[in-house]
Design a protein around this ligand. Structure first.
Ligand code: AMP
Ligand code: MG
Length: 403
């Protein structure tokens, strides 16, 4: 039996992994490569938006005073498509045919939409009056030049990239993606396509963890797997390690006889501990040859839950996100669950926000139950000191998407 008083708290191990990875340097990739990254400096508008007064409608630029009494027919003096560079001023008593986004001529103070006219090309009959300013989008209405449009720390989604493009930016200062080398260990592992001999299993953590890294915003290189052999471990890792921000291993860290990751990295800067958590008790973290290392246990559910709890927040912090946690919700349990004393338990669950915020535990606590994880959308947190929760009890759930 493990003495729970010797276990490391979940929050402490999380802080340790985050401190190891640190914050990524600032780079300036092209705008199209910035999706999902974090702005490293305030974005100051170099121009106004809109840059000039322009029409909000297809129609006719007029002086509102000239169409106050309708119907009225005005000569059409000019045609102004969008993109026209030079537009002559509007003479009183005339109209310019104008398209959406085209510059409003000097002298005009309103646009009559085409639907309110006979759509004439040499002369136009205006059937309804417009107020001064109607259908005109004023320069700087949206953005004043020199203003901060996005603050440092803003996450860059489609709308933010659209705004940056509208302001003429071709690249943005962002923190680069952390680069993660993913390596699975275990002599029982075989790759897809190979027949399974007795005692073998298909390797699944590598693909899963590399995908988790990418989903978090990082770059992953998958070394796939090595057998439980310290020499083979070093052969695989050694030549690649230097170009990464984090080595992420799975398997080979618990209390068995052939714990390859432990054997390879103990006493070399990586500390192996037990965290007060289920699943995912055995963990390691440290720095090997200058590179941050997080070693996750091998059971697939343990590996993935450990990634969510320890590694994902560290990667998000490294990218510059201020809020690194997944969205959480408070929900009522649909059925009772038990949990070991002295450990924070993360059970897999299906959360239904519609029918009164209910969460249904999926599968049991076993850390080999990968199919249950695959149909879950949240982790149900059972605090360290709680051993039993009745149906209907309130729990915190950590969503497995978003954030
Ligand atoms: P370990 O942490 O190495 O003792 O592994 C614990 C359990 O997880 C064992 O049943 C392993 O076979 C399994 N396991 C370890 N690594 C992987 C992997 N990459 N893919 C699938 N199962 C694994
Ligand atoms: Mg193993």
């Amino acid at each position: 039996m493990v003495d729970v008083s010797e276990l490391i708290r979940v929050a402490d191990h999380r802080a340790r992994v985050a401190a190891l990875v640190g914050v990524m340097p600032v780079v300036e990739p092209p705008l199209a490569d910035c999706l999902g990254l974090v702005l490293a400096r305030d974005l100051v508008a170099p121009i106004a938006l809109p840059p000039f007064d322009n029409s909000a409608m297809d129609g006719y630029a007029v002086r509102a005073a000239d169409v106050a009494a309708v119907p009225v027919t005005l000569p059409v003096a000019q045609d102004i498509p969008a993109g026209r560079a030079h537009v002559s001023p509007l003479e009183p008593g005339t109209a310019h045919r104008i398209m959406t986004g085209a510059p409003v001529p000097a002298g005009a103070d309103a646009v009559v939409q085409v639907e309110w006219t006979d759509a004439g090309t040499s002369a136009v009959r205006v059937d309804r009056a417009v107020a001064a300013g109607q259908n005109v989008r004023r320069a700087a209405d949206d953005v004043a030049p020199g203003s901060v449009v996005l603050a440092a720390g803003a996450g860059l989604g489609p709308a933010q990239l659209g705004l940056a493009a509208a302001l003429g930016f071709g690249a943005l200062p962002v923190r680069r993606r952390p680069r993660v080398l993913v390596l699975s260990t275990g002599s029982e592992l075989v790759g897809p396509g190979a027949p399974l001999e007795p005692g073998q299993i298909y390797e699944s953590n590598g693909v899963m963890l590399a995908a988790a890294v990418r989903e978090a915003g990082g770059e992953a290189e998958l070394l796939r797997f090595v057998p439980d052999d310290v020499g083979r471990f070093h052969e695989a890792v050694g030549p690649r390690l230097g170009s990464f921000d984090l080595l992420l291993t799975s398997g080979g860290v618990s209390a068995g006889a052939y714990e390859v990751v432990k054997d390879a990295l103990s006493g070399r800067g990586v500390e192996f501990t037990r965290v007060a958590m289920q699943p995912g008790g055995p963990q390691g973290a440290g720095r090997y040859r200058g590179v941050a290392v997080a070693t996750l246990p091998g059971n697939p559910v343990s590996a993935q839950v450990s990634f969510e709890v320890f590694v994902r927040p560290a990667l998000r912090a490294a990218m510059g996100f201020a809020r690194v946690a997944r969205p959480t919700a408070v929900a009522r349990l649909s059925s009772p669950i038990g949990s070991p004393a002295g450990r924070t338990q993360f059970r897999r669950g299906a959360y239904d926000p519609v029918s009164g915020r209910v969460v249904t535990p999926v599968g049991g606590p076993g850390s080999h139950l990968l199919s249950a994880l695959a149909v879950s959308d949240c982790l149900i947190e059972v605090p360290e000191d709680v051993t039993e929760l009745a149906g209907g009890a309130e729990v915190t759930v950590h969503m497995l998407h978003g954030g």
